[in-house]
Design a protein around this ligand. Structure first.
Ligand SMILES: [Cu+2]
Length: 483
């Protein structure tokens, strides 16, 4: 009986909900296919190449700082493909393929109902200033997730020197990825060919904010060039196809650079409401996007306010997923954007929203600093990359103690033989070596896990450590006793 009554009451409540909150007709009509443009005109291909700038259009945004919406109902956008060297981390000069000559490519900002009139010349065969022929000219294409068009017509691959033009109307609001879709797609994306289209709802967003920024997460898979080529004296890095297929990035970054926006934080003032447009490009990793020190008041999945969640700590973004997150900056401070998959954050997916211009680096516990140059000796350079992906979670270079000691000065306090022993089997050393035991005690009895390193890798780490200590970095205050 009791059950019956309860069921009946539930029914009433459900009925009341439906009765009081009918879906407004306007909500339906926003998604009415009859009102969408599903008949784009065919793409045009020509041999007339664009000259001059690689990206033009009033709706384009080149940095994290977003311009307000350009009101023109037709957005004319030119994004050409180039091959150029970009710096993904201090000293890591990577042979990239781009849209609009930057990685990520420029972001298009528009609104539902706008038309995008797009054109692209494949300029991968050019050697303009700033471009380098480290990658052969090749086919490229453009795939807009914001469009509803035939992929075979609009997203076809175009040869070096060819220009493709097509138009489409924005039917849905959101933050949409664009990328090159030429096989191997994975290689084209990992080489830098991606960007974002921000599509506002027809009537704009339902909230007002003080700041708007774009944050794009992506992975790089870099290795030293097999031919030992150099750029301005620094070693050239190229795509590591093996790591790419194994989904083992060397760098995971925001807006194309390691620790992007740490040195130049996104400004905000206490009490302000900040809207971040976050896109995870991947190509192969998920982002657990979080901002240390505040809570996402609103999260609009895929950037559409109809997909709203409130009071979120973290937003989970698969490859090519996005979200608009809005938060209040409560008090003065530096609020740390991270991928809370900390293995990704330790590869450089870190940035700041800060109430001060230049926050002190030592105040940023989540910040993984590193030496600003790169060793020229290939073994040491390989170890630096490996160190950044495997060791930075527990060690810093010149930024003080983390779980383990600061590595700066380690070759002055230990002999090479001792370090070799340690890296080969820290577990055994902790059983037998008094200096290792003292170090363990100093580090809250947290033993360093055996890293399973080969003899070659160990020799490379030693070369890297010697290189660090040759840079003249001051030894940190709290370090292990000298040996
Ligand atoms: Cu491509």
């Amino acid at each position: 009986m009791k059950l019956l009554v309860r069921a009946f009451a539930g029914c009433l409540a459900a009925f009341a909900l439906v009765a009081c909150n009918p879906t407004p007709p306007s909500a339906d009509s926003r998604y009415d296919p009859a009102k969408m443009d599903l008949k784009p005109t065919p793409a045009k291909l020509s041999m007339e190449r664009h000259k001059g700038p690689f990206a033009t259009g009033d709706s384009l945004n080149m940095t994290a700082l977003l311009k307000p919406l350009d009101p023109a109902p037709v957005k004319v956008v030119q994004l050409d493909t180039t091959h150029k060297i970009i710096e993904i981390a201090p000293g890591v000069k990577f042979s990239a393929w781009t849209f609009g000559n930057q990685v990520p490519g420029p972001a298009i900002r528009a609104r539902v109902g706008d038309k995008i009139r797009f054109s692209m010349t494949n300029r991968s065969d050019e050697t303009a200033p700033g471009l380098a022929m480290t990658a052969a000219p090749m086919m490229h294409s453009m795939d807009f997730h914001a469009a509803m068009v035939s992929p075979q017509d609009k997203y076809r691959s175009v040869a070096p020197g060819q220009t493709i033009e097509f138009e489409f109307t924005l039917n849905y609001p959101g933050i949409f990825m664009y990328h090159c879709g030429t096989p191997m797609i994975l290689e084209h994306i990992a080489s830098g060919m991606y960007g974002a289209v921000i599509v506002e709802p027809r009537d704009g967003y339902p909230t007002k904010v003080d700041r708007e920024y774009l944050v794009i997460q992506s992975e790089f898979y870099a290795k030293l060039d097999g031919d030992g080529r150099k750029v301005d004296g620094a070693p050239l890095y190229v795509l590591d196809a093996e790591r790419l297929r194994a989904a083992q990035p060397t760098h995971t970054v925001f807006n194309g650079s390691h620790n992007g926006m740490v040195k130049n934080p996104l400004p905000a003032k206490p009490g302000e409401r900040v809207r971040l447009f976050v896109l995870n490009v991947g190509p192969s990793k998920t982002s657990s996007f979080h901002v240390v020190g505040t809570i996402f008041d609103r999260v609009w999945m895929d950037g559409n306010p109809d997909n709203q969640m409130r009071g979120m700590q973290t937003v989970l973004l698969g490859s090519s997923s996005s979200a608009i997150v809005e938060m209040i900056i409560p008090e003065a401070g530096s609020y740390i954007m991270v991928d809370h998959h900390f293995a990704n954050a330790s590869q450089g997916a870190i940035g700041l929203i800060s109430t001060v211009d230049k926050p002190k680096e030592t105040e940023l516990e989540h910040h993984n600093m590193e030496a600003s140059a790169v060793p020229t000796e290939p073994g040491a350079a390989a170890a630096k990359l490996a160190f950044e992906s495997k060791c930075l979670a527990c060690h810093s270079v010149g930024q003080g103690k983390k779980l383990g000691p600061d590595i700066a000065g380690v070759t002055r306090r230990r002999t090479d033989a001792w370090l070799t022993q340690w890296l080969k089997s820290p577990d055994k050393m902790l059983l037998t070596d008094p200096d290792a035991q003292a170090m363990l005690k100093e580090h809250n009895n947290i033993p360093m896990p055996n890293q399973g390193l080969s003899d070659t890798e160990i020799a490379q780490y030693l070369a890297y450590f010697h290189w660090i200590d040759a840079q003249g970095m001051p030894a940190p205050a709290a370090s292990a006793p000298a040996k």
